[in-house]
Design a binder for this molecule. Structure first.
Ligand code: PAF
Length: 281
């Protein structure tokens, strides 16, 4: 496994793969890898000849610098996991490499980035698309894998790639969960024991929502089912609940009669967790 930190080295290695006719699959990450990331690595490896993983904690997608500073990092552990998974190249740029002094170009999906979770975290998705477009320009992958857990992010990246005519196929990977149902996230390690137990309310409320949709319900009643399940957990603060059409992400109302994405963000103290489910009546 090769590890590189400069754009020149990364481009040279990828150019070598491409000169041999090999395809490149990429998994962009912010490091502190868990089983969810490793599933995406496996997915990318199954779809392309070479697998490239980037590790970059992207400052432009964090609202408060406290959240950025607190973001967990463990490069040696990440590299050991990626090596064991058979990854070919790990790209680990620093902030000045990704955002050279004087840079001023941003990439934003204007509608999708500023709805739903984008309202709770202003500027977050602009930061994501800005860094992902830069990473794509550096690595030039043929395919790129992103988790379905961040459903809005996945739809935004698909939109960006289509709008900017980027020659990358974006593939979504299923959410990986702990045995008890909590969606895997690098933030989970920051939860206290009590908050870790309380965090099960996310998957519990999505189970209740799925059951309600399958029994027949309206969007309004569905919202009540989810909100009341979350409110019954005193440690949880509901920050965002969006019930939208699975593809367009348009708000829905009335009887649920189409594939519907439910997107949740719930805070435990200063830690924001997200989860989502697409439910079909
Ligand atoms: O999902 C993430 O980890 C990040 O948003 C991403 C896509 C690596 C961009 O920094």
């Amino acid at each position: 496994m090769r590890v590189c930190r400069t754009i020149t080295d990364c481009r040279a290695i990828v150019a070598d793969y491409k000169s041999k006719g090999e395809t490149v699959g990429m998994v962009p990450t912010m490091g502190f890898l868990h089983a969810g990331h490793m599933t995406l690595v496996k997915l990318a490896s199954s779809k392309a000849d070479r697998t490239v993983v980037s590790i970059f904690v992207n400052p432009s997608q964090f609202g408060e610098s406290a959240d950025l500073d607190a973001y967990p990092r463990d490069e040696p552990r990440d590299l050991a996991m990626l090596k064991a998974a058979g990854v070919d190249l790990v790209f680990i740029p620093d902030v000045d490499t990704m955002y050279p002094p004087g840079d001023e170009t941003v990439v934003e999906t204007t509608r999708l980035a500023n709805m739903l979770h984008g309202k709770v975290r202003p500027g977050h998705f602009r930061g994501v698309t800005t860094v992902v477009s830069r990473l794509f320009n550096i690595v030039q992958p043929d395919i790129a894998c992103f988790g379905e857990k961040d459903y809005q992010q996945l739809q935004i990246i698909k939109r960006m790639v289509a709008d900017l005519h980027m020659p990358v196929q974006v593939i979504g990977g299923k959410t990986v969960r702990e045995d008890d149902g909590l969606a895997m996230s690098s933030r989970n390690v920051r939860l206290s024991t009590q908050d870790r137990a309380a965090a099960l309310v996310l998957s519990r409320s999505l189970d209740a929502a799925e059951h309600a949709v399958q029994s027949g319900t309206t969007v309004e009643k569905l919202r009540d089912v989810i909100a009341s399940t979350i409110r019954a957990e005193p440690r949880a603060a509901l920050k965002g609940l969006d019930i939208v059409a699975a593809e367009s992400l348009n708000e829905l109302s009335g009887f649920v009669n189409e594939p519907t994405a439910i997107m949740l963000s719930v805070a435990f103290g200063d830690i924001l967790l997200i989860d989502q489910r697409v439910v079909t009546p």
